[in-house]
Design a protein around this ligand. Structure first.
Ligand code: GLY
Length: 242
């Protein structure tokens, strides 16, 4: 699939599931706590915080992003760049963990046709519920669900603001290396494709977490990373998008 087809396929999948397709917001956000739009969720921050009512309970976007928080990785890895597009599906107090995981797995394995045995998932170390959904409902073997700490699997958009535990889907470039040692930090073997954030807290300046009024879903799939995998090229720079 071309990058354009991947983008359209993602948006159409979620539009068919009652998500409103919205255009990408400006790279220069209204939000004064960040310099640039770093993720698909940024334009929705006031909704997650209960400061603005959503026009729709579900939305899907392909958001243009500049990931200032990953900028030190640019030029060091084959998968980080300054500018990229993040595909996302969002629920504003509507569906939550179980549905986000079910649709996430469906689009990756049934629509983009990635073989389940090339996929590994991670969950926040304390999130037994996400672990159980992946294991019991989706059928992922327990050893292919990695529990990870706050740095990797608790998503925050900045020092303060809406946040929550997350669960990520990784693609395995080298399944022949076996399951004995699965190290998701090994970027010669794994690439994170899709992050499902269970957005349910607000973090204040002192680091305290307060439950949000609603349980929300915020997701991010790297368009260029998905293109790299589906186009079978060695890095993001060699996809048709770049
Ligand atoms: N908001 C989810 C992500 O950027 O990964």
């Amino acid at each position: 699939l071309s990058g354009r087809e991947i983008r359209e396929t993602f948006l159409n999948f979620f539009a068919a599931r009652q998500h409103h397709i919205l255009p990408s917001a400006s790279l220069v956000p209204e939000d004064p706590t960040v310099l640039l739009t770093i993720a698909g969720m940024l334009p929705f921050k006031p909704i997650f915080l209960g400061q603005r009512s959503p026009d729709f309970p579900r939305a899907t976007t392909s958001q243009k992003c500049i990931r200032t928080n990953d900028i030190e990785n640019v030029g060091r890895t084959a998968r980080h760049h300054t500018f990229f597009e993040m595909l996302g599906n969002f629920s504003f107090g509507d569906y939550f963990k179980e549905q986000a995981i079910a649709w996430g797995w469906e689009i990756v394995t049934k629509v983009f046709s990635l073989p389940p045995d090339r996929l590994i998932v991670s969950v926040f170390e304390q999130d037994d519920e996400a672990f159980q959904i992946w294991h019991e409902q989706v059928g992922i073997p327990a050893h292919r669900i990695q529990r990870m700490g706050e740095d990797d699997n608790f998503w925050v958009s900045g020092p303060t603001g809406p946040c929550g535990p997350c669960s990520e889907i990784y693609y395995d470039f080298h399944p022949e290396q076996g399951d004995a040692t699965i190290d998701l930090e090994d970027d010669s073997r794994f690439i994170e494709l899709y992050n499902l954030v269970f957005m349910q807290y607000n973090r204040d300046v002192a680091g305290n977490l307060t439950p949000l009024q609603n349980q929300n879903i915020d997701t991010g799939m790297g368009l260029e990373r998905m293109a790299q995998v589906l186009q079978g090229v060695p890095n993001n720079y060699e996809t048709d998008l770049i």
